[in-house]
Design a protein around this ligand. Structure first.
Ligand SMILES: [Zn+2]
Length: 270
């Protein structure tokens, strides 16, 4: 073979390299094959560059899935899990155009905010059809905040001891009565001259339940389960006697009427 011919790959060698790349892709070892092909041909062809891009995207997709798993968003991730599908979808979109991957990731986050019923008092968070199952907030399972039924002042009523209108509902129960976490969530507590000792439960979907005029806390901070005793009824703050003042505040919203919220969860506190 003449020296000139040896310095450049022949058509036959290029075809051989392309076939090797194709086989390697089917084996799922596109990256390694690309490297081998580049070494042998010593001339990056358009086809080889394409394979290299595909390999990079494939690795990126796997990395995304690993991040998702590390972040705990896909604790039951399996090859056929929705999260795996998401990673594959992201990889596919990256092949079509790199920017679409970012757009896709942004879209999966939107349902988190979109499920908050900010304009419908008492409405339940509903699943958005486009929501990814792994990031969709779980619908809270709800229990009553106190054991005894019966309501005092309702939501929206005008009262002499409220600055504006009543922003919750009152349970006229005895001082010292147990107050329960209405759903799984995280507790924080604070003093407010109006609400007195108050406990705030942030639920998984971002909704907050406020328990006010408390006498004492059982849980000052941290995660609780639905039904846990979190505090005891009192009359602290701007209160005329022992009762539990209960508010529901969907994420990004002011207080909504807790009565339809409870009714929609199958609970009638009346
Ligand atoms: Zn009240």
């Amino acid at each position: 073979m003449a020296p000139e011919a040896a310095a450049r790959p022949t058509r036959a060698e290029l075809r051989l390299a392309a076939r090797e790349q194709s086989r390697a892709q089917r084996r799922g070892a596109a990256k390694a094959a690309t490297r081998t092909a580049l070494l042998r041909v010593a001339l990056p062809s358009v086809a080889a560059l394409g394979v290299a891009a595909a390999a990079a995207v494939s690795v990126q997709g796997q990395t995304d899935q690993q991040h998702a798993e590390a972040a705990g968003r896909a604790p039951r991730s399996a090859p056929d899990s929705p999260d795996g599908a998401t990673a594959r979808q992201a990889a596919t979109q990256a092949l079509a155009g790199g920017d679409q991957t970012q757009a896709s990731r942004g879209d999966t986050r939107q349902p988190l905010a979109g499920t908050q019923p900010t304009d419908a008092p008492g409405a339940q968070p509903t699943a958005t059809p486009t929501a990814q199952p792994t990031v969709e907030p779980a619908k809270p399972k709800v229990v009553m905040p106190v054991a005894r039924h019966g309501l005092g002042e309702l939501f929206g009523e005008a009262g002499t001891h409220w600055a504006n209108r009543h922003t919750g509902i009152d349970f006229p129960v005895d001082g010292g009565s147990e107050v329960y976490a209405v759903a799984d969530g995280t507790i924080r507590t604070q003093w407010n001259p109006f609400y007195g000792y108050m406990s705030i439960l942030k639920m998984d979907d971002g909704t907050e339940a406020w328990f006010c005029h408390l006498r004492a806390y059982k849980v000052r901070k941290g995660p609780v389960k639905q039904g846990d005793v979190i505090a005891f009824v009192g009359s602290s703050g701007n209160s005329t006697g022992p009762h539990l003042h209960f508010e529901i505040r969907p994420q990004g919203s002011g207080p909504v009427d807790p009565l339809p919220w409870l009714l929609a969860n199958g609970l009638d506190p009346r």
